[in-house]
Unconditional design. Structure first.
Length: 463
């Protein structure tokens, strides 16, 4: 199958020019002005942007958490991602405490295989790492799992102590792999939560009140210090606030190999969402929590200036009915997480509209930086000869209202939208994954066919 994308404005993290893109099979074959080729299909991209498919390096599909399981599996989650212009995601496989990480990886392969419509990779969530298990980390790297998430939060569930952090960081550094850190002082936060519960403070808004930004900043500071001593590249996930970003800047200024991601929810939503009546605030119970609104300006600035490397969703959807409701009696029982994998690209494009950054930076933070950080570049994350034909023909003028009731914007298997009623300009028109048209003009053309991406080591290229 060959496809010619004709007359579009090709934008990568570095370039911006008008050209045709010719795809043969799964790869970009050639790019040039007025290409004279015979293609099986021609896509008219006049007036549209031709950009690399989005890469969301932080999703939780089919994930058991908080006594339930996230509502999107690899089938619905990857279809929703494609509708929103994302063509690769990096999900989190989980090691059950006391068990092999390799067993955890097998479990997640089984969840994804044959279901995904776009390509996917895995980080491994490490929940314990005694000395005798350390050699497994090399085996994970050999299997293409070249980054690991550890948690300073959720004591008794995913939390690991500083000794485990250091041991794992050192091994990851030696293996030329990367650490992803959920940085929040979960031990102190648990004490604050206990006191709140004792005082009868049980509504969703106390989720935010019990997780001060200072405790996120402390986690970021500690993670950076440990990574610096252990000698491993560090990626702070779901950074939510100015306090935490300050610590990233300080670490970078003294030369530590640390970078951070933020998420659309921290750019567009704030703690006032927890005040919604009838328990509705539970929809936005996520960790870290939504913050005071002024933090948003600092995060947008961080994206513009490069202090923040990229934007992921932390897509972890739980239905309001039957799942979020588990916490009606106490916010401590509300499953943490919110949907967003379908909304990320258009929301980030609003940053261009509002003048926060230019088109190249939009492509970088939505695709290229994730590909580079997580060992998928240049196969993914750019439009270039020889790269996978993961391409979005993006209509910069299309206006839509994001809503759970709008069939154009909601394919996630969850009964609410985090961004209900948001009016956005700029939306994907056609979405290709390795040369297959997955979505065109709001219609799904292809189902399945997504493949596992065996990622390269930190700093290496994936051809
Ligand atoms: O609330 C969140 N973020 N849920 C998913 C788990 C995590 O911490 O990333
Ligand atoms: Zn986390
Ligand atoms: Zn997460």
């Amino acid at each position: 199958m060959s496809i010619l994308i004709q007359g579009g404005r090709v934008v990568t993290a570095a370039d911006d020019y008008f050209a045709d893109v010719f795809i043969e099979g799964e790869k970009v074959h050639s790019i040039g002005k007025d290409l004279k080729v015979n293609a099986d299909r021609v896509i008219d991209a006049r007036g549209k942007l031709v950009i690399p498919g989005g890469i969301d390096p932080h999703t939780h599909l089919d994930m058991p958490f908080g006594g339930t399981t996230s509502a999107d599996d690899f089938e619905s989650g990857t279809i929703a991602a494609a509708f929103g212009g994302t063509t690769s995601l990096v999900d989190f496989a989980i090691q059950s405490r006391g068990e092999s990480t390799l067993k955890g990886l097998d479990t997640w392969h089984a969840k994804a295989e044959g279901k995904a419509s776009i390509d996917y990779a895995f980080h491994m969530i490490i929940t314990d790492m005694p000395d005798e298990r350390l050699p497994e980390m090399q085996k994970l790297a050999d299997a293409g799992v070249t980054s690991y998430k550890l948690f300073m939060a959720y004591p008794g569930v995913l939390y690991v102590d500083d000794g485990t952090l250091y041991r794992t960081f050192r091994q990851a550094g030696e293996n030329k792999t990367r650490i992803c850190m959920h940085a929040e002082n979960g031990i102190v936060i648990d004490e604050i939560i206990k006191a709140a519960v004792k005082d009868g403070k049980l509504e969703p808004k106390y989720h935010a009140a019990t997780r001060p930004t200072r405790m996120e900043a402390e986690g970021v500071h500690r993670a950076i210090a440990i990574a610096e001593v252990a000698g491993v590249p560090l990626h702070i996930v779901h950074l939510s606030c100015a306090d935490a970003l300050e610590q990233v800047k300080l670490g970078r200024m003294r030369g530590v190999d640390v970078q951070a991601e933020t998420c659309p929810q921290y750019l567009f939503l704030d703690e006032s969402f927890y005040e919604k009546p009838n328990f509705e605030g539970a929809k936005w119970v996520m960790t870290p929590a939504l913050r005071e609104k002024w933090n948003q300006d600092v995060l947008w600035q961080g994206l513009r200036l490069g202090h923040l490397a990229l934007v992921a969703t932390d897509h972890c959807p739980f239905c309001f009915k039957g799942q979020k409701e588990l916490g009606r009696e106490s916010f401590t029982k509300i499953p943490n997480g919110a949907p967003g994998v379908e909304n990320r690209m258009t929301l980030l494009y609003q940053g261009v509209q509002k003048g926060h950054y230019d088109l190249n930076r939009f492509v970088e933070i939505s695709s290229t930086a994730a590909a580079r950080t997580f060992g998928m570049f240049p196969r993914k994350g750019t439009v270039a000869v020889g790269s996978d034909a993961d391409i979005v023909v993006f209509d910069p003028d299309k206006r839509v209202t994001i809503s759970v009731n709008n069939p154009e914007t909601h394919h996630m298997k969850v009964d609410y939208s985090s961004y209900e009623g948001f009016e956005v300009t700029g939306y994907p028109d056609t979405v290709l994954s390795r040369g297959r048209v997955i979505v065109s003009k709001g219609k799904q053309e292809t189902r399945g066919g997504g493949r596992f991406v065996k990622r390269a080591l930190s700093g290496e290229l994936l051809r």
